[in-house]
Design a protein around this ligand. Structure first.
Ligand code: MG
Length: 319
C-alpha cells in the first residue's frame, strides 16, 4: 500500500473551468508503490480492476477495486507498455519485448495482432487506441529496443518511429503519421475527428500534436502543435467526454481544454507516465507515476465507445 495522500490543495488552477472538473474534497491517493517504471494503465470493467505495466520488471500489475489488493497479473509478459480495450472489452497490449500488439483472448491467452510493417519487425509498440470502427492505432518508438532495460536491445528494422493503423479484419497495416521523432501517447477526440499524438523526443520541445482524421477515417492530415511541455514529456493521456485532454507531465496530470488552454494541474510527487478513467462510473482517474499507482475521483468521464455484441457475428463498424 501507499500512505501518501494529497488533496485539492495539491492542484493548481490556471483557468476557471478546472474547478468544475475537480472535487474539492477528493483525496489524491497513492494506492500502491514499489514499481520501477509504471505505465500503460487500463480499467477492465468486467474484472473490476485496473491493470498496468511495470516495464523494467517485465510484469503487469493488477489493482482489485473491490478489495484494494494489488497483485502481479502477468510475469514475465514481454515487457508490456500501453494497454487499452477493444470493442469486446478485451485487453489490447503493446509489448516492447514481443515487439508486437497483442490481445488477451477470452481463453486467457495472449495472441499476436500485429508484429510487422512492410515485412519488417516493429520497433517496440508503446501506446494503443482502438477506434470505433475496430481499427487499432498504435505508436512505435524505439524505447524497447534502445537498451535491455525496457526490452531487448536490437537494431530498428524499419528505421523510423511511426504511428500505424491496423485493420484486424484484413490484416492490413498502414503508417498514418511518419513526421514525429518519438511518437508515444495517442488518443482520439470524442467525435474521432482529431487524433492526438505526443512526441517525447528530447531533441525538440516535448509536445502533443493534433492531426485531422480524414473523412474515410483511415488516414490523417493537417498536423499541428496542440500543447508544448515545459516540464517533462507528455507520455500518455486520455480524453474526457467534453474533449478535455488529461495528460501526464513531469509535474503531475495536466488538463487541457480542446481549445488548447491549460486548465489546471493535479500535482503528483512523482513523474507521471500515463493515466486512465476507471471505477464503476468511470469517474476515477488512475495515474501511473514512476514507482506508484495513484487515484483521484474527478467530475469527468471518458468518451463512450460503442461496445460490440457477442451475439452479433459480424464485426463492428465499417472497416
Ligand atoms: Mg508511453
Amino acid at each position: 500500500g501507499g500512505a501518501w495522500e494529497g488533496r485539492m490543495s495539491d492542484c493548481d488552477t490556471f483557468d476557471g473551468r478546472f474547478g468544475s472538473l475537480m472535487r474539492g474534497s477528493a483525496a489524491i491517493e497513492r494506492l500502491w508503490t514499489g514499481g520501477r517504471w509504471t505505465e500503460g494503465p487500463v480499467y477492465v470493467p468486467a474484472a473490476k480492476a485496473v491493470i498496468w505495466s511495470d516495464i523494467p520488471e517485465d510484469r503487469v500489475m493488477r489493482y482489485d477495486e473491490t478489495s484494494g489488493a494489488v497483485s502481479v497479473f502477468e510475469h514475465p509478459c514481454g515487457y508490456h507498455n500501453g494497454h487499452t480495450l477493444d470493442a469486446y472489452g478485451r485487453v489490447v497490449a503493446c509489448e516492447h519485448g514481443g515487439r508486437r500488439i497483442s490481445r488477451l483472448g477470452f481463453d486467457g491467452r495472449w495472441e499476436t495482432i500485429v508484429d510487422r510493417f512492410d515485412g519488417k519487425r516493429l520497433n517496440s509498440p508503446n501506446d494503443v487506441a482502438v477506434k470505433s470502427d475496430g481499427s487499432i492505432w498504435f505508436t512505435d518508438p524505439s524505447y524497447g529496443i534502445d537498451s535491455d532495460y525496457e526490452g531487448h536491445t536490437a537494431k530498428s528494422e524499419i528505421g523510423a518511429c511511426n504511428v500505424y493503423r491496423h485493420n484486424p479484419q484484413t490484416g492490413e497495416t498502414t503508417a498514418v503519421v511518419t513526421s514525429l521523432d518519438r511518437p508515444n501517447g495517442l488518443a482520439f477526440s470524442p467525435d474521432e475527428r482529431i487524433l492526438y499524438v505526443s512526441n517525447t523526443s528530447l531533441s525538440e520541445t516535448p509536445a502533443i500534436h493534433a492531426f485531422r482524421v480524414a473523412e474515410d477515417g483511415r488516414t490523417v492530415g493537417g498536423g499541428r502543435v496542440f500543447a508544448l511541455s515545459d516540464n517533462g514529456v507528455f507520455d500518455g493521456f486520455r480524453i474526457d467526454r467534453a474533449g478535455n485532454i488529461w495528460t501526464s507531465s513531469g509535474d503531475g496530470v495536466r488538463v487541457y481544454a480542446a481549445d488548447g488552454t491549460l486548465l489546471g494541474r493535479i500535482n503528483i510527487p512523482e513523474s507521471v507516465s500515463n493515466l486512465c478513467f476507471g471505477g464503476r462510473k468511470r469517474n476515477r482517474l488512475y495515474i501511473t507515476a514512476t514507482s506508484s499507482l495513484y487515484a483521484v475521483y474527478v467530475h469527468a468521464n471518458p468518451a463512450e465507445r460503442p461496445m460490440a455484441s457477442l451475439g452479433n457475428a459480424s464485426q463492428p463498424g465499417n472497416w
